[in-house]
Structure formats: structure tokens, C-alpha cells
Design a protein around this ligand. Structure first.
Ligand code: NAP
Length: 262
């Protein structure tokens, strides 16, 4: 793999996406930064090494025409894409009886539909890329849902399933499709998510930093693997949920506490 990769990062205006953009620029990559907030994208771009080499793509991922235009602009700017990191994503903290259909659709549109549309529009540019890699950002709860986050967990489960399918679909094209599962990470994610009943956020005292997640994502770019958990015990949590679902339910019920805390 040559250095100086041509990278597209969705969700680059904040959190994990911002950290990926910063690390990628520091290793010599050119980065196309995609999100809705132009001012935040500009702030990130100005903070990157060789800031004039990077591109800002202001785009709402729910707008298909805007996604098409943004990917065309990234392709024209760099001539190809070697790495696409899908970090844009939103949470939704609500139990089933509290769900709003509009909000369910919003989560699925950003966390699932947009990822597929970005990949479809990125394909011609990835095919021109050097050892192209796509990284989907999943979640520790992609393989095992938890109460109060059923829509978010379902969206990441759908993304995990789509990653498996796309990994095989794109293998003959030489494009590696990888899935990285962060756990609780110290970003604005929990402040901006819909949480109509003000359920308590997770304790961020032992959370990972966005830089830790970004390092794993760029390591996956160097050494592509199908599915990577930030911590190995979360992988065992996913496996336990499959082979011993009832025991995992009991363990989770104890760990999560009473329903009003979940
Ligand atoms: N933080 C955690 O504990 C955690 C744990 C597991 C997985 N994850 C996953 O990690 C990824 C990154 O999350 P984060 O923690 O970095 O959260 P974050 O700081 O809130 O960043 C989310 C990013 O998504 C972008 N975004 C949201 N809606 C968008 C839209 N409609 N169109 C375009 N961009 C949009 C936001 O940019 P704009 O607002 O500017 O559009 C922002 O850049 C997400 O996929 C999340 O599910 C996070």
C-alpha cells in the first residue's frame, strides 16, 4: 500500500470521524470531509496537516441527490478513492412504547440507507483506487441488542449484515469491506441523540477516546479484517448472545439495572 491515500470520511465534523480525518491527514493522506455542518467541517479542515489538500463536502446523507453530487465531487478532486470510512451515525434512546415512527425512519436512513447509497456512488472511484478499503462503523450492540436502544441496535445489526454481504459482493472487485465496533466513546454522540424521556447517558469515565477508535480504523485500512471490536471482551459478549441468549439476558438485566435506568 502506498502512503498518501485518498480518503472519504463521513461524519467528519465531529467525534470519531473528525479523529479519523486528523490521523489520516497526519499520515499523509488527502481527506474529503463529509457532514452537514459546513462551519464544523471547515474548522476540522483548517486543523489538518496540509490543510489546502483536503476537501469539504457539505451534505445531508438523507438527500440522495446531495450524496451523488458529493461523491462525484470527491472523485473529481482526488481521481479515485482508496479508503471510505462511514462514521456518520446517530443514536436514539427510547423504549418501544416511546418510539416515534419518524425518528425510527431517521435513524435507519442515516445509519443504514445512507451507508449503502454512499457505497454505491463511491464504487467507480474505489475501483480506480489503490488497494481500496471500506470501513463501516458499527457498535458493540450491533450483534446483541439492549433495552432502550432497540432502534439504534437494529440499525447497526442491519449494517453488520450488509457488511457481510458486501464483503463477498466486492471481493471479486478487489475492494475490502470491514466493520469496526466501537464501544462507549467520548464524543458528542450522547448529547445530540434523541432521548425524549431523558434516560441517563452511559458513564463516560472509562469510555474510549475518538482517537483510540480512529487508530483502530486506520489499522484496519492497513491490514483489512472482516470485523473488529475495540476490546476483545465485546466480541465474546456478541458470541455469548448467540450461543447462550438466556444467560446473556440474565447477565444484562443485572448489569443494566432497573428499567427506568435503561
Ligand atoms: N460515541 C459512541 O459511544 C459510539 C459507540 C459505538 C458506535 N458509535 C458510532 O460511531 C459513529 C460516529 O459517532 P460519534 O460518536 O463520532 O458521534 P458524533 O460525534 O455525534 O458524530 C456523528 C457525525 O455524524 C454526522 N451526521 C449526523 N447526521 C448526518 C446527516 N444526516 N448527514 C451527514 N452527516 C450526518 C454528524 O455531522 P453533522 O451534524 O455536521 O451532519 C457528525 O459528524 C456513529 O456511526 C456511531 O453510531 C459511537
Amino acid at each position: 500500500m502506498t502512503s498518501g491515500r485518498r480518503v472519504l470520511v463521513t461524519g467528519a465534523s465531529s467525534g470519531i470521524g473528525e479523529a479519523v480525518a486528523r490521523l489520516a491527514a497526519a499520515r499523509g493522506d488527502r481527506v474529503a470531509l463529509l457532514a452537514r455542518r459546513a462551519d464544523e467541517l471547515e474548522r476540522v479542515r483548517r486543523s489538518l496537516e496540509r490543510r489546502d489538500e483536503h476537501v469539504v463536502l457539505t451534505c445531508d446523507l438523507r438527500d440522495e441527490a446531495a450524496v451523488r453530487a458529493a461523491l462525484a465531487e470527491a472523485g473529481r478532486a482526488f481521481g479515485a478513492l482508496d479508503l471510505v470510512v462511514h462514521s456518520a451515525g446517530i443514536g436514539y434512546r427510547a423504549r418501544l412504547d416511546e418510539l416515534e415512527t419518524r425518528s425510527i425512519d431517521r435513524v435507519l436512513a442515516i445509519n443504514v440507507t445512507a451507508v449503502l447509497c454512499v457505497n454505491r456512488e463511491a464504487l467507480p472511484w474505489l475501483e480506480r483506487g489503490d488497494q481500496p478499503v471500506v470501513v463501516h462503523v458499527g457498535s458493540v450492540i450491533a450483534r446483541r441488542g439492549i433495552p432502550g436502544q432497540l432502534v439504534y441496535a437494529a440499525s447497526k445489526a442491519a449494517l453488520a449484515s450488509a457488511s457481510e454481504a458486501l464483503r463477498l459482493e466486492w471481493a471479486p472487485r478487489g475492494i475490502q469491506v470491514c466493520l469496526v465496533h466501537p464501544g462507549v466513546t467520548r464524543t458528542p454522540f450522547f448529547d445530540v441523540q434523541e432521548n425524549p424521556h431523558q434516560r441517563p447517558p452511559p458513564d463516560l469515565a472509562h469510555a474510549d477516546t475518538p482517537e483510540q477508535v480512529a487508530r483502530v480504523i486506520l489499522d484496519v485500512d492497513r491490514r483489512p479484517r472482516p470485523e473488529v471490536w475495540l476490546r476483545s471482551r465485546w466480541r465474546w459478549f456478541a458470541i455469548a448472545g448467540l450461543i447462550a441468549p438466556k444467560a446473556t439476558d440474565r447477565w444484562l438485566a443485572r448489569k443494566l439495572g432497573p428499567p427506568d435506568r435503561q
